[in-house]
Design a protein around this ligand. Structure first.
Ligand code: ASP
Length: 502
């Protein structure tokens, strides 16, 4: 047994291979999906006498005829890139055109699409497992962490340091994004690209003060059980901290019982998490396969400069700013630390969800990077909820890109500062789920008076950029964990029991 264990590849290599294999198969399927074309003539679909189905750049374009008259064209299943053609997602399409949907199922689906639908479900199964362990893991881990810290004062200090780190790095990320977008000017370069559609359906957002206040309200859940059931991280974190603090106040046998229970629960949840993590190479393979199989690459062309700007800025933040912080503040080798965190970073990339990745982040930080549970249990769940450097940077670049594309004059310095501040607040309010940044961008657009429908410009490439920014979000949380751990250890003796009460 031990021999086989030794010959097995390290987890991060397995995940990387899973990702590459999934990505490659997806790209091949994507090529296959493009060749697909079918024409049906007959009355199998009731009133339609002729239906043409063609795959255009991996979208399915359906043209229907009644007699000899064309009645409409529909694009199904992807972002709108051709103005004037109605866009449906698959469920809408099924509800509105059941007969056509039936035909589509029967004749219109290439086996590539069929295959990627199944891998989508399998990838989702992996994400469900991660979500299944996330909430109990956070509750037990945070309870043991707070009980280990021993005093409200120490928890307050850790909270202060964590918030300071998160605000500073998010701010640095935004400044990086603004610098890159002002130098590269992707919006001006894309002005000539006429194929970019802007017919997104965007709802207006609630004012920023309301959004921030609702975050504050979440910190006081009226029903903690409901918050648990809903998986509302901010409510769960706050209630668990207060619960553990009250257990400390109660002391004696009560405290011992809670401590024993939390430690036992944490051990069990960690075992369960490790079992789920063993499936990560496969899960990541499925997620990548689906992401690449369904995204036509030609939508990237008009947005190439925009994508390059976002990616360069993210790369700078992830490979220069954060490693410097790791080197000088956490006194760790950034490369070694990145290697320890790679299972979480790769999973964040494939799933585009920092909440979903949280169990892996916690396990990697504790088991691979050797950071104490007292720090990680506190810093990471908070980070997955409110610290999003990648998202903050992305908001800044995307809104400036839209401004450059839409307006003749560049956005004034005052308005760019407004973008920076709202992007910071929006990144705090965004949930750690796919496309959350895109949804929240409406608030930044509103703040500087840009037309909301211009968001349609960037819809087509959001998923790809989401993968990168989510990895940066998780990377920043992990770096924060290492920094806070280092500061806490140098500021206080390792064993809290030896610290005299003040
Ligand atoms: N998907 C990102 C995350 O989970 C949020 C975003 O859309 O920017 O961290």
């Amino acid at each position: 047994m031990s021999e086989t264990k030794q010959t097995r590849l390290a987890l991060h290599w397995q995940i990387l291979i899973g990702m590459l294999v999934g990505g490659l198969i997806g790209i091949l399927l994507n090529l296959n999906a493009r060749e697909y074309s079918i024409t049906l003539v007959g009355d199998a679909a009731g009133s339609f006498t002729r239906v043409e189905l063609q795959d255009v750049n991996s979208m399915v374009l359906i043209t229907t005829y009644e007699g000899s008259e064309e009645t409409g064209s529909y694009v199904i299943g992807r972002s709108p890139v051709y103005p004037g053609i109605t866009h449906y997602d698959m469920d809408e399409f099924r509800a509105e055109y059941p007969e056509l949907y039936w035909m589509f199922q029967q004749y219109g689906r290439s086996w590539a699409r069929w295959f990627s639908d199944w891998t989508d479900r399998l990838g989702d199964l992996f994400l469900r497992m991660l979500k299944m362990v996330a909430i109990p893991l956070v509750v037990f881990s945070l309870t043991t962490g707070v009980l280990g810290l021993g005093k409200a004062e120490r928890i307050g200090k850790m909270f202060g340091r964590t918030m300071l780190y998160y605000l500073c790095t998010s701010f640095l990320a935004i400044v990086t994004g603004l610098l890159f977008v002002n130098v590269v000017k992707p919006g001006e370069r894309a002005k000539s690209a006429t194929t970019v559609a802007t017919d997104a359906i965007v709802e207006s957002a609630e004012p920023i003060s309301v959004m921030l206040f609702s975050q504050l309200e979440k910190m006081v859940p009226t029903n903690p059980m409901h918050a648990l059931a809903e998986g509302d991280f901010l409510s769960i974190i706050c209630f668990t901290i207060v619960f553990a603090l009250c257990a400390l106040l109660a002391g004696g046998k009560t405290l011992e019982t809670i401590r024993d229970g939390a430690e036992a629960g944490f051990e069990v949840m960690m075992k369960m998490t490790m079992a789920v993590i063993a499936l990560a190479p496969l899960g990541v393979c499925f997620l990548m396969l689906n992401a690449t199989a369904l995204n036509g690459t030609d939508v990237f062309a008009p947005l190439a400069w925009y994508m390059i700007t976002v990616l360069l800025a993210l790369l700078f933040h992830a490979c220069v700013t954060l490693p410097l912080i790791i080197k000088f503040m956490a006194k760790r080798n950034p490369l070694d630390f990145a290697r320890c965190m790679s299972p979480a970073l790769l999973t964040a990339f494939s799933s585009a969800s920092s909440n979903g990745t949280l169990p892996l982040t916690m396990a990697s930080v504790e088991k691979r990077a050797g950071i104490s549970n007292q720090t990680s249990s506190f810093v990471l769940p908070l980070g997955a909820t409110i610290n999003m450097d990648g998202t903050a940077l992305y908001e800044a670049v995307a809104v400036l890109f839209i401004a450059q594309h839409t307006m003749d004059e560049p956005l004034s310095l005052g308005l760019q500062i407004t973008v920076a501040l709202t992007a910071l607040l929006v990144s705090i309010g965004a949930a750690g789920i796919p496309h959350a940044g895109l949804v929240m961008m409406v608030i930044v657009l509103q703040a500087v008076g840009l037309p909301l429908e211009m968001q349609g410009l960037i819809l087509a490439v959001d998923r790809v950029l989401d993968m990168f920014r989510t990895s940066v979000n998780v990377w920043s949380d992990s770096c924060g964990c290492a920094v806070i751990d280092r500061i806490s250890k140098t500021a206080a003796p390792a064993n809290p029991a030896q610290v005299p009460e003040s």
